[in-house]
Design a binder for this molecule. Sequence first.
Ligand code: NAD
Ligand code: DAU
Length: 353
Amino acid sequence: MEKNILITGGAGFIGSHVVRQFVNKYPQYMVYNLDALTYAGNLHNVADLESAPNYEFIHADITDLGKMREIFNMKNISHVIHLAAESHVDRSISDPLVFIKSNVLGTATLLQVAKETWEKSNTDSHLFYQVSTDEVYGSLELGKGLFEESTAYDPKSPYSASKASADHLVRAWHHTYRMPVVLSNCSNNYGPNQFPEKLIPLFINNIKTQKPLPVYGKGENVRDWLYVIDHAKAIDTVFHRGELGETYNIGGHNEWSNIDLIKVLCDTMDEKLGRKKGTSRALITYVKDRAGHDLRYAIDATKIETELGWVPSLQFEEGIEKTIDWYLSNDEWLSNVIDGSYQEYYQQQYKEV
Ligand code: NAD
Ligand code: DAU
């Protein structure tokens, strides 16, 4: 194989789309999907890839140093696309230490094992790609400014601080050991396979089942939304064309206040479900704000657009409609996640756990 790529977190939301992008588009690459299958990992997300000859799933935790050494050596890993992480801000507020372990120690473990393995190799065709978030830049005022690659890091939640720490480690390994790295920082993703704890899938499910829609604070916080497959394509672009040591911001110039976005979800779903207009808006319930809630994120994606030629392919209206349709027609995926039975799939498919 031309490259042996380790994609971490490939059973999660974004990782599953990245794995699919690489397995289907590049038969000349071997893709190893490494995932610990935490609550957020779901092998149904990649079930369509199981029989592909250039795909293998590995059940492992990135903080397990011995296991990572074994995998890098046995599989002759040449490239890493690192997505595995604890990803939900609310969980980072109630249970921060698991974020430090997976996101900080896990990234350091992978960097160190990649360094040890690649130093012994007789080729220099290697890459460590760190997939990060715009939350490392902190929070913007309403209507003022955008996150650029030069914006100083100012993370404010345990989640964003753990991702910022990981990004610093990646840059430190590049600076100190000449590790070939590239980083990207993306805005909020939406689309198929997102765990229904995040705003869009949670609200789609609550609207469907006519449960209250818990809007934090006044709903005025702004997020910049990108369809997940456009993110996967951007990662493909940065992986192949990004310059070593560089960072690329990824976003779709698509800012929405939470409350405006929620109203779009309500009205679109009323129409799709044949309900009277306004039925779902009546479910909106203002609740206590998230602690330390970042007010606004917004990405300036000029660098990736002009230097690497990536642009989002989907307009938001189309993306949100596709997303709603996906959740409405994948009832089984959603109910398996909600009742926890998705976790049994691994035990049935793979004998060693
Ligand atoms: P997710 O929570 O859906 O998936 C994370 C995956 O990582 C899961 O499959 C989980 O089992 C796995 N994982 C967690 N800890 C692990 C460990 N210790 N060892 C091995 N596997 C482990 O997350 P996501 O939303 O798909 O995010 C993926 C990555 O993209 C994260 O690094 C996140 O910070 C970043 N990101 C997410 C967004 C977004 O909007 N969701 C935006 C920008 C960047
Ligand atoms: O910006 C990128 C980040 O986007 C990623 O790095 C994170 O992994 C990802 O989870 C996401 O973080 P957010 O905190 O922005 O996403 P979340 O879906 O949790 O919340 C989006 C907005 O909606 C936020 O302002 C909080 C609000 N919200 C969320 C939930 C779950 C509510 O008002 N009610 C809710 O029930």
